[in-house]
Ligand binder design. Structure first.
Ligand code: 6PG
Length: 249
């Protein structure tokens, strides 16, 4: 794989600048997608890193720069907890962003995490995706992703079945995730790599080694799942802060 295929690397001085640049890109992509095809489809990421991005997007003037009525929001992965649980990625996005910007409830597509198995949730989410996009091969305008210190992204964890033998499914159940909570639903590479734009947003000194291995090390997707993200016909951008980039020459 060439450096180019690993994506464009943009290093920001600190976490504030990182959130600002990520928010600026979100708005620009939303405006371009809505101008081009009438709507903006985005998959949000979980974890704590995007919190500052969502809060920034909820503030003026960026919140007014997006036509939220034409934004459709999904999650690239979700923890199998109720939507009001403190661990819910849906809840975090709702509190920091969605409840602030007046997006219609019908435009929000949380993973159905209650009342069934993660397998049932994954297959229901797949149906939701194909219905919303009107195709079996949904192409997101933007998929936001983070990474963990072990090289995972979304809920694609090292050594797990979907990473070792990627499936043609769009979303799958995850058990025994090393990052709690252990039971999850995640987008697959099949879905992620159809996206028009994938944006990794990464900060934190504890991820410096993982980031270096993902971007500069040997390709080993089973060990470093974030390396499996390679949009077939889309852009791949890594927005990182200086702290996490400290091992990159
Ligand atoms: C999750 C995410 C996971 C996350 C990264 C980064 O459920 O936490 O799906 O992939 O994006 O682990 O998380 P932090 O920002 O909390 O480090």
């Amino acid at each position: 794989m060439t450096e180019h295929e690993r994506g464009e690397l943009i290093i920001l001085p600190d976490q504030v600048a990182l959130a600002e640049e990520a928010a600026r890109r979100f708005v620009a992509l939303a405006q371009a997608a809505i101008a081009d095809h009438g709507r903006f489809t985005v998959a949000l990421s979980g974890g704590s890193t995007p919190r500052a991005l969502y809060a920034r997007l909820a503030q003026s003037p960026l919140n007014e720069a997006v036509d939220w009525a034409n934004v459709l929001v999904f999650w690239g992965d979700e923890r199998m907890v109720p939507p009001d649980d403190i661990e819910s990625s849906y809840r975090m996005a709702r509190e920091t962003l969605l409840a602030q910007v007046g997006i219609p409830a019908a435009n929000i597509y949380p993973v159905p995490t209650i009342g069934g198995t993660p397998e049932a949730a994954a297959s229901a989410y797949e149906e939701t995706l194909t219905a919303a996009f009107g195709t079996d091969a949904p192409r997101f305008d933007l998929i936001l992703l983070g990474i963990g210190p072990d090289g995972h992204t979304a809920s694609l964890f090292p050594g797990q079945p979907e990473v070792v033998r990627p499936s043609a499914a769009l979303a799958v159940a995850v058990h025994n995730a090393p990052k709690p909570p252990p039971t999850r639903v995640t987008f697959t590479y099949t879905l992620i790599n159809e996206a028009a734009n994938v944006l990794f947003v990464v900060s934190g000194a504890d991820k410096a080694r993982a980031l270096h291995s993902i971007l500069r090390g040997e390709i080993d997707v089973a060990r470093l799942p974030a390396q499996g993200v390679r949009p077939k016909q889309g852009s791949l951008v890594w927005l990182v802060d200086a702290e996490v980039a400290r091992l990159l020459a």
